[in-house]
Design a protein around this ligand. Structure first.
Ligand SMILES: NC(=O)CC[C@H](N)C(=O)O
Length: 295
Protein backbone atom coordinates (compact mmCIF):
# COMPACT_ATOMS: atom_id res chain seq x y z
CA UNK A 1 0.00 0.00 0.00
CA UNK A 2 1.33 3.46 1.07
CA UNK A 3 -0.79 6.53 1.63
CA UNK A 4 -0.48 9.85 -0.14
CA UNK A 5 -1.98 13.18 0.91
CA UNK A 6 -1.49 16.68 -0.48
CA UNK A 7 -3.04 20.09 -0.08
CA UNK A 8 -2.43 23.01 -2.45
CA UNK A 9 -4.10 26.09 -0.98
CA UNK A 10 -5.68 28.75 -3.14
CA UNK A 11 -7.33 30.66 -0.27
CA UNK A 12 -4.61 32.37 1.81
CA UNK A 13 -6.91 32.53 4.84
CA UNK A 14 -6.45 28.75 5.20
CA UNK A 15 -2.64 29.00 5.41
CA UNK A 16 -2.51 29.10 9.24
CA UNK A 17 -4.40 25.76 9.19
CA UNK A 18 -2.26 23.95 6.57
CA UNK A 19 -0.36 21.82 9.08
CA UNK A 20 -3.40 20.85 11.14
CA UNK A 21 -5.36 19.92 8.01
CA UNK A 22 -2.42 17.91 6.66
CA UNK A 23 -1.99 16.18 10.04
CA UNK A 24 -5.63 15.09 9.94
CA UNK A 25 -5.24 13.83 6.37
CA UNK A 26 -2.04 11.91 7.20
CA UNK A 27 -3.70 10.35 10.25
CA UNK A 28 -6.34 8.79 7.99
CA UNK A 29 -3.64 7.06 5.91
CA UNK A 30 -1.75 5.34 8.77
CA UNK A 31 -3.09 1.86 8.00
CA UNK A 32 -1.88 2.20 4.40
CA UNK A 33 1.68 2.94 5.57
CA UNK A 34 2.41 2.24 9.21
CA UNK A 35 6.19 1.91 9.06
CA UNK A 36 7.36 5.43 8.26
CA UNK A 37 6.22 8.82 7.07
CA UNK A 38 7.32 12.17 5.80
CA UNK A 39 6.01 15.57 4.81
CA UNK A 40 7.03 18.54 2.69
CA UNK A 41 5.71 21.96 3.74
CA UNK A 42 5.96 24.96 1.43
CA UNK A 43 5.90 28.54 2.68
CA UNK A 44 6.37 28.01 6.42
CA UNK A 45 8.09 31.05 7.98
CA UNK A 46 9.58 29.10 10.91
CA UNK A 47 11.08 26.20 8.95
CA UNK A 48 12.18 28.48 6.12
CA UNK A 49 12.22 32.21 6.99
CA UNK A 50 11.54 34.70 4.18
CA UNK A 51 14.70 35.66 2.33
CA UNK A 52 16.54 32.51 3.43
CA UNK A 53 16.90 29.07 1.94
CA UNK A 54 16.68 25.88 3.95
CA UNK A 55 18.07 22.38 3.82
CA UNK A 56 16.72 19.27 5.56
CA UNK A 57 19.33 16.78 6.76
CA UNK A 58 19.31 13.27 8.23
CA UNK A 59 22.16 12.12 10.50
CA UNK A 60 23.52 15.64 10.89
CA UNK A 61 26.71 15.73 13.00
CA UNK A 62 26.38 17.83 16.17
CA UNK A 63 28.84 20.49 14.94
CA UNK A 64 27.18 20.93 11.53
CA UNK A 65 25.60 24.33 12.21
CA UNK A 66 28.89 25.82 13.40
CA UNK A 67 30.80 24.30 10.50
CA UNK A 68 28.29 25.65 7.92
CA UNK A 69 28.30 29.09 9.58
CA UNK A 70 32.13 29.23 9.51
CA UNK A 71 32.28 28.02 5.90
CA UNK A 72 29.65 30.49 4.59
CA UNK A 73 30.32 33.43 6.92
CA UNK A 74 26.60 34.02 7.59
CA UNK A 75 24.21 33.39 10.46
CA UNK A 76 22.78 29.85 10.25
CA UNK A 77 19.54 28.95 12.03
CA UNK A 78 18.71 25.35 12.94
CA UNK A 79 15.72 23.31 14.09
CA UNK A 80 16.11 19.84 15.60
CA UNK A 81 13.06 17.85 14.47
CA UNK A 82 14.68 14.46 15.08
CA UNK A 83 15.66 12.58 13.05
CA UNK A 84 15.56 15.56 10.64
CA UNK A 85 17.64 18.68 11.25
CA UNK A 86 16.60 21.80 9.31
CA UNK A 87 19.20 24.51 8.64
CA UNK A 88 18.34 27.89 7.15
CA UNK A 89 20.59 30.71 6.01
CA UNK A 90 20.58 33.77 3.73
CA UNK A 91 22.41 32.08 0.84
CA UNK A 92 21.20 30.33 -2.34
CA UNK A 93 19.62 26.94 -1.66
CA UNK A 94 22.04 24.97 -3.84
CA UNK A 95 25.03 26.57 -2.07
CA UNK A 96 23.58 25.68 1.34
CA UNK A 97 22.86 22.08 0.29
CA UNK A 98 26.28 21.63 -1.35
CA UNK A 99 28.03 23.04 1.72
CA UNK A 100 26.22 20.52 3.95
CA UNK A 101 27.13 17.66 1.59
CA UNK A 102 30.80 18.69 1.61
CA UNK A 103 31.08 19.25 5.36
CA UNK A 104 29.01 16.22 6.38
CA UNK A 105 29.55 13.47 3.81
CA UNK A 106 27.86 10.83 6.00
CA UNK A 107 24.71 12.93 6.44
CA UNK A 108 21.87 12.80 3.88
CA UNK A 109 20.29 15.90 2.36
CA UNK A 110 16.59 15.05 2.05
CA UNK A 111 15.30 18.38 0.73
CA UNK A 112 16.36 21.93 -0.02
CA UNK A 113 15.00 25.08 -1.54
CA UNK A 114 13.83 28.64 -1.06
CA UNK A 115 10.60 27.70 0.65
CA UNK A 116 10.22 23.95 1.10
CA UNK A 117 11.02 21.98 4.23
CA UNK A 118 11.10 18.17 4.16
CA UNK A 119 10.75 16.14 7.35
CA UNK A 120 10.85 12.35 7.47
CA UNK A 121 11.42 9.43 9.78
CA UNK A 122 10.40 5.92 10.74
CA UNK A 123 7.64 4.82 13.09
CA UNK A 124 3.98 5.65 13.51
CA UNK A 125 3.04 8.55 11.19
CA UNK A 126 0.90 10.15 13.92
CA UNK A 127 3.88 10.28 16.31
CA UNK A 128 6.11 11.63 13.54
CA UNK A 129 3.63 14.41 12.73
CA UNK A 130 3.82 15.51 16.39
CA UNK A 131 7.63 15.32 16.39
CA UNK A 132 7.75 17.45 13.25
CA UNK A 133 5.45 20.06 14.85
CA UNK A 134 3.15 19.60 11.88
CA UNK A 135 -0.18 20.36 13.62
CA UNK A 136 0.91 23.95 14.34
CA UNK A 137 2.68 24.57 11.03
CA UNK A 138 1.35 27.15 8.61
CA UNK A 139 2.09 27.09 4.89
CA UNK A 140 0.59 27.36 1.45
CA UNK A 141 1.15 23.80 0.19
CA UNK A 142 1.87 20.49 1.86
CA UNK A 143 2.50 16.90 0.84
CA UNK A 144 2.53 13.84 3.10
CA UNK A 145 3.23 10.11 2.76
CA UNK A 146 2.77 7.04 4.93
CA UNK A 147 4.99 4.19 3.81
CA UNK A 148 4.64 0.42 3.66
CA UNK A 149 8.02 -0.47 2.18
CA UNK A 150 8.20 -2.60 -0.96
CA UNK A 151 11.60 -1.86 -2.51
CA UNK A 152 14.08 -0.89 0.18
CA UNK A 153 14.61 -1.08 3.93
CA UNK A 154 12.52 0.80 6.46
CA UNK A 155 14.86 3.72 7.16
CA UNK A 156 14.38 7.47 7.42
CA UNK A 157 16.29 7.91 4.14
CA UNK A 158 13.98 5.39 2.45
CA UNK A 159 10.86 7.24 3.62
CA UNK A 160 9.11 9.57 1.24
CA UNK A 161 9.07 12.39 0.10
CA UNK A 162 12.05 12.22 -2.20
CA UNK A 163 13.00 15.84 -2.65
CA UNK A 164 16.14 15.75 -4.77
CA UNK A 165 15.90 18.99 -6.77
CA UNK A 166 15.40 22.56 -5.50
CA UNK A 167 11.90 23.07 -4.05
CA UNK A 168 10.81 19.71 -5.52
CA UNK A 169 9.03 16.88 -3.78
CA UNK A 170 7.76 13.50 -5.04
CA UNK A 171 5.76 10.83 -3.20
CA UNK A 172 4.75 7.45 -4.63
CA UNK A 173 2.31 4.65 -4.04
CA UNK A 174 3.31 1.57 -6.01
CA UNK A 175 6.55 0.07 -7.28
CA UNK A 176 8.65 0.68 -10.39
CA UNK A 177 9.68 -2.65 -11.93
CA UNK A 178 12.53 -1.34 -14.14
CA UNK A 179 14.05 1.15 -11.70
CA UNK A 180 17.42 -0.63 -11.50
CA UNK A 181 18.15 -0.31 -15.22
CA UNK A 182 17.09 3.37 -15.22
CA UNK A 183 19.21 3.91 -12.12
CA UNK A 184 22.28 2.50 -13.90
CA UNK A 185 21.67 4.83 -16.86
CA UNK A 186 21.36 7.85 -14.57
CA UNK A 187 24.49 6.83 -12.64
CA UNK A 188 26.37 6.62 -15.94
CA UNK A 189 25.35 10.27 -16.47
CA UNK A 190 26.76 11.21 -13.05
CA UNK A 191 23.58 11.18 -10.98
CA UNK A 192 24.29 10.21 -7.35
CA UNK A 193 21.74 8.26 -5.26
CA UNK A 194 21.16 8.29 -1.51
CA UNK A 195 19.14 5.07 -1.14
CA UNK A 196 18.16 1.77 -2.75
CA UNK A 197 14.58 2.98 -3.10
CA UNK A 198 12.71 2.73 -6.42
CA UNK A 199 10.91 6.03 -5.82
CA UNK A 200 14.22 7.87 -5.56
CA UNK A 201 14.93 6.79 -9.16
CA UNK A 202 11.67 8.41 -10.26
CA UNK A 203 12.46 11.59 -8.33
CA UNK A 204 16.00 11.79 -9.79
CA UNK A 205 14.59 11.22 -13.30
CA UNK A 206 12.06 14.06 -12.88
CA UNK A 207 14.68 16.39 -11.31
CA UNK A 208 17.07 15.76 -14.20
CA UNK A 209 14.45 16.66 -16.80
CA UNK A 210 13.34 19.76 -14.87
CA UNK A 211 16.99 20.84 -14.61
CA UNK A 212 17.31 20.35 -18.38
CA UNK A 213 14.39 22.72 -18.98
CA UNK A 214 11.32 20.48 -19.17
CA UNK A 215 8.23 21.71 -17.36
CA UNK A 216 6.61 19.43 -14.79
CA UNK A 217 4.01 18.13 -17.25
CA UNK A 218 6.69 17.14 -19.77
CA UNK A 219 8.93 15.58 -17.09
CA UNK A 220 6.03 13.41 -15.89
CA UNK A 221 5.09 12.41 -19.44
CA UNK A 222 8.69 11.31 -20.00
CA UNK A 223 8.55 9.33 -16.74
CA UNK A 224 5.40 7.58 -17.99
CA UNK A 225 7.18 6.59 -21.21
CA UNK A 226 10.26 5.23 -19.41
CA UNK A 227 9.07 3.66 -16.15
CA UNK A 228 7.21 0.34 -15.91
CA UNK A 229 5.23 -0.83 -12.92
CA UNK A 230 2.58 0.64 -10.68
CA UNK A 231 2.38 4.21 -9.58
CA UNK A 232 0.27 7.01 -8.33
CA UNK A 233 2.60 10.00 -7.92
CA UNK A 234 2.06 13.38 -6.31
CA UNK A 235 4.81 15.77 -7.36
CA UNK A 236 5.18 19.38 -6.28
CA UNK A 237 7.35 22.42 -6.82
CA UNK A 238 7.01 25.91 -5.32
CA UNK A 239 4.23 26.84 -7.69
CA UNK A 240 2.93 23.49 -9.00
CA UNK A 241 1.05 20.47 -7.70
CA UNK A 242 0.81 17.46 -10.03
CA UNK A 243 -0.76 13.99 -10.02
CA UNK A 244 -0.17 11.10 -12.43
CA UNK A 245 -1.18 7.43 -12.40
CA UNK A 246 0.10 4.48 -14.40
CA UNK A 247 -1.80 3.36 -17.53
CA UNK A 248 -3.93 0.82 -15.68
CA UNK A 249 -4.38 3.08 -12.63
CA UNK A 250 -3.42 0.24 -10.35
CA UNK A 251 -3.11 2.43 -7.25
CA UNK A 252 -5.96 4.55 -5.88
CA UNK A 253 -6.19 8.34 -6.06
CA UNK A 254 -8.87 10.93 -5.45
CA UNK A 255 -8.83 14.70 -5.99
CA UNK A 256 -11.02 17.43 -4.52
CA UNK A 257 -10.94 20.84 -6.19
CA UNK A 258 -12.68 24.06 -5.10
CA UNK A 259 -11.98 27.79 -4.93
CA UNK A 260 -10.11 27.35 -1.64
CA UNK A 261 -7.79 24.44 -2.52
CA UNK A 262 -6.83 21.42 -4.58
CA UNK A 263 -6.47 18.35 -2.37
CA UNK A 264 -5.36 14.86 -3.30
CA UNK A 265 -5.22 11.59 -1.37
CA UNK A 266 -5.04 7.85 -1.84
CA UNK A 267 -8.54 7.51 -0.40
CA UNK A 268 -11.49 9.86 0.15
CA UNK A 269 -11.47 9.39 3.93
CA UNK A 270 -8.32 11.56 4.03
CA UNK A 271 -10.25 14.39 2.36
CA UNK A 272 -13.50 14.02 4.27
CA UNK A 273 -12.55 16.46 7.06
CA UNK A 274 -11.46 19.33 4.80
CA UNK A 275 -13.46 22.56 5.06
CA UNK A 276 -16.02 22.91 2.28
CA UNK A 277 -15.45 19.36 1.02
CA UNK A 278 -19.15 18.81 0.34
CA UNK A 279 -19.08 21.62 -2.25
CA UNK A 280 -15.80 20.54 -3.90
CA UNK A 281 -15.56 18.86 -7.32
CA UNK A 282 -14.41 15.35 -6.49
CA UNK A 283 -12.97 13.01 -9.10
CA UNK A 284 -10.65 10.08 -9.65
CA UNK A 285 -7.68 11.07 -11.84
CA UNK A 286 -7.74 9.18 -15.14
CA UNK A 287 -5.03 6.62 -15.95
CA UNK A 288 -1.91 7.86 -17.75
CA UNK A 289 -2.97 11.50 -17.66
CA UNK A 290 -0.81 14.22 -16.12
CA UNK A 291 -2.72 16.74 -13.99
CA UNK A 292 -0.89 19.94 -13.03
CA UNK A 293 -2.30 22.79 -10.96
CA UNK A 294 -0.27 26.02 -10.82
CA UNK A 295 -0.64 29.11 -8.70
N1 LIG B 1 3.82 0.57 -0.72
C1 LIG B 1 4.31 1.48 -1.56
O1 LIG B 1 3.57 2.11 -2.32
C2 LIG B 1 5.82 1.62 -1.55
C3 LIG B 1 6.40 2.73 -2.39
C4 LIG B 1 7.84 2.47 -2.77
N2 LIG B 1 7.95 1.36 -3.70
C5 LIG B 1 8.70 2.23 -1.54
O2 LIG B 1 9.04 1.13 -1.21
O3 LIG B 1 9.03 3.17 -0.87
Amino acid sequence: MCGIVGLHLRDASLEPRLGSLLTGMLGQMVDRGPDSAGVAVYGNPVFSPAGESSVSVLDAPSDLVTAVRDALGVTVGALDLAPTTVLHAPVPATLLADTVRTLAPTATVIGFGDDVTVLKGTGDPRDLAETFGLPAASGRQGVGHTRMATESAVTAAGSHPFAVGPDQCLVHNGSFSNHLSIKRELEDEGVVFDSENDTEVGARFVAKHLAEGADLEKALRLLGERFDGFYTLLVSTSDSFAVVRDPIACKPAIVAECDAYVAMASEFRALAGLPGITDARIFEPEPDRVYVWRR
